[in-house]
Design a protein around this ligand. Structure first.
Ligand code: HEC
Length: 156
């Protein structure tokens, strides 16, 4: 009887371990990116030398650079160079839509993953893909900066 209990406990423990393992594998697969225009799955390979932040983003969809002062400063330089001509320095938009209000043309762009998809893969017309011009990490820093602009704008 006692031995039986131990056996059952053992089986439960093994099942729990398998369960946890399954979850970890799921987390490694992480975010499924989607092409903003075709809505097809967008396969973005995680580079072997990806930083911890990029890896976390791929797993969780959260931007680890959010609120990070240094990343925001780096993102500002990148934004002013690559994005401000259409979205304006303050993000209020001109040729490209505002990035600091709460309305998004692409529904998914309300999240860091959706913004990442538009920046990486492009959208229509003037919104060209940046995948060959910005690294994955740089895109995350730009998003940290536009988040910062939006937060500043909304607390004004
Ligand atoms: C040459 C002009 C141009 C440049 C440069 C540009 N964009 Fe855009 N962007 C646009 C246009 C136009 C759209 C709207 C595209 C559409 O409607 O399909 C857009 C859309 C977006 C969206 C989606 C907004 C929404 O409401 O869903 C995001 C996010 C975005 N751009 C971020 C950026 C970032 C970040 C950069 C710099 C890395 C950048 N863009 C550079 C013109 C530009």
């Amino acid at each position: 009887m006692f031995a039986g209990r131990i056996l059952i406990a053992g089986v439960v423990a093994v099942l729990a371990l398998v369960g946890a393992g399954g979850l970890t594998v799921g987390a490694e697969n992480g975010v499924q990116f989607m092409d903003p225009l075709t809505k097809e799955p967008l396969e973005i390979e995680l580079p072997r030398d990806a930083s911890e932040e990029v890896e976390t983003f791929f797993q969780t969809g959260e931007n680890p650079f959010h609120g990070d002062r240094q990343a925001i400063a780096d993102g500002q330089q990148l934004y002013n160079r690559w994005c401000a001509s259409c979205h304006m320095r303050d993000g209020s938009g001109r040729m490209g839509p505002s990035l600091i209000d709460d309305t998004w043309k692409y529904e998914r762009a309300a999240t860091p993953v959706g913004q990442f998809e538009v920046i990486y893969a492009g959208a229509t017309g003037a919104m060209q893909p940046f995948k060959d011009r910005l690294s994955l990490e740089e895109i995350l820093k730009v998003i940290a900066y536009t988040d910062h602009l939006r937060e500043q704008h909304q607390t004004q």
